[in-house]
Design a protein around this ligand. Structure first.
Ligand code: SF4
Length: 626
């Protein structure tokens, strides 16, 4: 095999044993890598109904066929598992030197299972693996952990670790690398903590096998140059995703006061231009020349890394309009290894509960000291923090009093930083995303504002499916950052050329579309398998607040989603995907995607609809998405 190493490393933490495994080429050709490998491994090797925080759950770190090669934005890996937050498929991607080193060590993925009796660091050096006692590191933040490990193992190694949030199995704890690089929103850090795995250190020294190394070198240089020459590049380097604050404010989609209103009176104070005033540098993932992490000095004089999502969720959504203080909260989230989107949601939920008198604690909107305290309490599961550490779905089930209407999540994963009172297409993107309410698979809201926000039509469904296939399928399987494509207009044909130089194989856009469709369909099948009898299409419906409580402020005051029309879009979405009206892939769809064995297994848990589906006739395209 060229392009892929053809090898996984199985890491058994119970036995402190690591065994390499050659995998068949068909797996690479059908699932590409990253998210594709992860869902196939989880489907095949995880027993249905496994407790996500048990030793039996598997935690997968997977790269793609372009990872580690000096190509634009390809220094990432996917971390995936059955999620303790949602009970379904969970993953996230992280920019980290661990991805580059994993490939140079000769592995495409690590499959971690079992539970160590004592805290450990797994140290992988090429073909050797050591299980190193980590008692001294347990209790440290992700930053402190990485600093100590870097001192011991050197600057070139890749490190992923957890903070106290992961150790204490906060359900939205993530995995952290290189300061502000973090991923695995649906509790991948909690899974790591449940296994007593504090960190993985990986060091690889071999060459990644390529079909055309010379051609690849040239293509890589051309690609970097093309991105540098884009007219939007200089502004991106200044602000990264932070300019979205002003956009969201202008378009009434800025989550504010737990998604009650979509504009914030202090938006300018936490926006892209305010950020530039306290910015000290850029930080980013390996092999990236678009480095989008904005490093600023926070209110305590420390470095913190900002992007749109984390500023909004720990800013306007909790009523805080001081950017230096927002930065401190974000640094704390990264140190503890807590996902800042879910954290901002959980705190916003608690503040609203306090305002409504549903809890004893008094937590005022925007109160910096209370915010800091609550973040600590969540990380250590103390008092109210212990309840919020379970996520807003579980917290609302405990609280009752109608709080489920304003617990902002889909399938248990808290909503990212776009209010959808007036964005049905984006609401459908959240509703049908692979991991719960996350924007990564399909960020369609800017496109939607251009085509008309009020409509609930087929055009939006078609566009959403198309974007999900490219972003949620192709880029997550390649594990290549989507920003060159959707921010710089770096066309998909570049990736076809990269794939050819890496693997020697020509992939047409139609073939890549089919691989993406296979991955997203298997992810859906995994959800249905794990939920069993509890599966319902209502799980694809976003939070009730967007339907029942119109916006209270701004130019779109009074706007709300229409449930009947939303359900009409959801019907059309299912038809387009070849899923039945319960949102379950039809037998014929699974067969068409070469998922026949998976269909048989799924059929033992739920009755599958047989009927032939219409083909998913999404036109292949080679143009960037807006
Ligand atoms: S653009 Fe940002 S997220 Fe993407 S690879 Fe570069 S630093 Fe990472």
């Amino acid at each position: 095999m060229l392009g892929w190493t053809g090898t996984f490393l199985n890491v058994d933490l119970t036995k402190h044993k690591a065994v390499p495994e050659q995998y068949p080429e068909a797996l690479a050709l059908n699932f590409l890598g990253g998210r594709g490998f992860a869902v196939k491994i989880l489907w095949d090797r995880l027993k249905q109904g496994t407790d996500p925080l048990s030793a039996e759950n598997k935690l997968i770190f997977a790269t793609g066929p372009l990872t580690g090669i000096g190509l634009p934005n390809s220094g990432k890996l996917v971390v995936a598992s059955k999620s303790p937050l949602t009970g379904g498929y969970g993953d996230g991607n992280i920019g980290t030197l661990a991805s580059v080193n994993m490939r140079k060590a000769g592995y495409d993925a690590l499959i971690v299972e079992g539970r160590s009796e004592v805290p450990v660091v797994v140290y992988i050096k090429d073909r050797d693996t050591e299980f190193v006692d980590a008692k001294d590191l347990w209790g440290l933040s992700a930053f402190e952990t990485e600093a100590q490990l870097r001192q011991k193992y050197g600057r070139a190694v890749g490190i992923v670790s957890i903070g106290q949030g992961g150790e204490n199995q906060v359900k939205f704890a993530n995995v952290v690398s290189q300061g502000g690089r973090a991923g695995g929103r649906p509790g991948m850090g909690a899974v790591m903590g449940s296994k007593n795995l504090k960190a993985i250190v990986i060091e690889g020294t071999a060459q990644i096998p390529l079909a055309d190394p010379e051609g690849m070198r040239k293509l890589a240089i051309d690609g970097y140059r093309e991105i540098l020459a884009k007219p939007q590049y200089p502004f991106w380097k200044r602000q990264g995703t932070m300019s979205t604050v002003e956009w969201s404010q202008a378009n009434s989609s800025l989550p504010t006061f737990n998604y009650r209103q979509a504009v914030f009176e202090k938006a300018e104070e936490i926006g892209g231009f305010a950020m530039e005033k306290i910015k000290v540098s850029n930080r980013g993932c390996p092999q990236c020349n678009m480095t989008c992490g904005n490093v600023v000095k926070d209110s305590e004089g420390e470095d913190a890394e900002l992007d749109y999502e984390n500023v909004i969720m720990l800013g306007s959504n909790v009523g805080l309009g001081n950017l230096a203080q927002v930065s401190t909260l974000n640094r704390m989230a990264d140190e503890f290894g807590l996902d800042s989107i879910s954290l901002g949601n959980a705190i916003g939920f608690a503040m609203e509960a306090s305002e409504k008198g549903l809890i004893e604690e008094k937590i005022e909107w925007g109160d910096f000291e209370s915010l800091k305290q609550l973040i600590k309490d969540i990380a250590y599961r103390r008092g109210l923090g212990a309840i919020l550490a379970e996520g807003v779905r579980a917290a609302s089930e405990l609280l009752g009093n109608g709080s489920g209407d304003w617990a902002m999540h889909v399938k248990g994963l808290e909503v990212s930083a776009y209010d959808c009172h007036a964005a049905p297409g984006m609401a459908l993107a959240y509703g049908t995303s692979s991991i719960g309410a996350h924007h990564k698979d399909a960020w369609v809201i800017t496109w939607e504002t251009k085509v008309g926000r009020a409509s609930y039509d087929q055009v939006k469904v078609d566009h959403l499916v198309e974007v999900q296939l490219v972003r949620g399928g192709f880029f997550e399987a390649l594990v290549s950052c989507r920003f060159p494509n959707n921010q710089m207009g770096f066309e998909l044909e570049w990736y076809q050329k990269y794939l050819k130089a890496a693997t020697g194989k020509d992939f047409t856009l139609e073939e890549l579309n089919e691989i993406s469709n296979r991955i997203l369909t298997l992810i859906r099948a995994f959800w249905v398998r794990e939920y069993g009898e509890k599966w319902s299409r209502n799980l694809d419906v976003p939070p009730a607040r967007w339907f029942k409580e119109p916006l209270t402020e701004g130019a779109l005051k009074g706007a709300a989603l229409d449930l009947e029309k939303y359900n009409g879009m959801l019907d059309a979405y299912y038809v387009k995907r070849g899923w039945d009206q319960r949102g379950i892939p039809k037998m014929s769809t699974l067969r068409q995607l070469d998922l026949t064995e998976e269909a048989k297994q799924l059929g033992t848990f739920v009755k599958l609809t047989e009927e032939n589906p219409p083909l998913v006739n999404t036109p292949a395209r080679n143009t960037p998405f807006p």
